[in-house]
Ligand binder design. Structure first.
Ligand SMILES: [Zn+2]
Ligand SMILES: [Zn+2]
Length: 92
């Protein structure tokens, strides 16, 4: 696979490319693990993945995968509506 170049091959110009594994993603909030090359949605999600100073399978530490144009993005399972939605009680 050729090295991804932002702005070509359908990769947005604002994409961030990790040359070591040729992953790319978008969003300055993202964290990418240099050990196992997972892409995580935020620093707090990255910290959870690195719990115990090792790479944990994100599914085993409470993170969920979302399919993004660039591959899987691991993050918190929070509701799309944010914390306000999380506080609301759903009637049975
Ligand atoms: Zn990488
Ligand atoms: Zn890792």
């Amino acid at each position: 696979m050729a090295h991804p170049i932002p702005g070509s091959d359908g990769i947005p110009t604002n994409a961030i490319v990790h040359g070591a594994c040729e992953s790319w993603w978008t969003g300055n909030e993202r964290s990418h693990c240099g050990g196992c090359h997972l892409t995580l949605s935020s620093l707090s999600a990255f910290d959870r993945h690195r719990k115990g100073a090792r790479c944990n399978d994100p599914a085993t530490v409470g993170l969920v995968a979302r399919q993004m144009p660039y591959g899987l993005l691991w993050g918190w399972p929070g509701p799309e509506g944010g914390m306000a939605a999380a506080r609301g009680r759903t009637p049975a």
